[in-house]
Design a protein. Structure first.
Length: 182
């Protein structure tokens, strides 16, 4: 299968399937934890202006196969040396085939080209497959794994892009307490 990687913006209609699917995913997985329902999830998806995901400080990509958006993700500036990955998604029919890993690799390459030396992200505690992907892709868990994931709610990870496997460069990204439902 041939996949096309397109650098775009969250405002591009080609990105809409990714954003719609993410909203459904969050709704389904976290329904009982977000009593405000769909409004809270829509607010979360619109939380960041599209300009944050544009070069030189950000990026937004989609992966298209046969004219259909099947994956994508983005990053924005976290600090002067760190890109924060956001909105990583793969269509349900494309999962467990390496596409999400490819999204990560594409975003990491763009972050390096744009001058970042490390990446940071959070994923929800009800997304164990995402946490597994990040762990197997060299991302260091930046949370206390002895505490139940649902206490953390959001699970932070980091990766040194210049020296993958190096963890001492990530210490300032560790939060002093679990990232609850703030």
């Amino acid at each position: 299968m041939t996949y096309e990687i397109i650098d775009t913006t969250p405002l591009d209609p080609i990105a809409q399937p990714l954003l719609d699917a993410l909203e459904i995913e969050y709704t389904t997985r976290y329904r009982e934890f977000r009593p405000a329902g769909a409004t809270a999830r829509s607010d979360e998806m619109a939380r960041y202006p599209a300009s944050l995901f544009a070069p030189p400080e950000g990026a937004f990509i989609v992966i298209v196969r046969d004219g259909e958006t099947v994956g994508g993700g983005a990053f924005k500036r976290f600090d002067s040396t760190t890109a924060e990955l956001k909105r990583i998604w793969t269509h349900a029919s494309e999962r467990r085939q390496g596409l999400a890993r490819r999204v990560l690799q594409e975003l990491e390459a763009r972050a390096l080209r744009q001058g970042y030396r490390r990446v940071y992200l959070t994923t929800g505690f009800r997304q164990p497959e995402a946490a597994g992907l990040y762990g197997s892709s060299g991302y260091e868990p930046l949370f206390d794994r002895s505490i139940a994931p649902e206490i953390h709610f959001r699970l932070p990870f980091g990766k040194d892009l210049l020296e993958p496997g190096r963890v001492d460069s990530l210490h300032d990204l560790v939060q002093p307490e679990p990232l609850g439902q703030r």
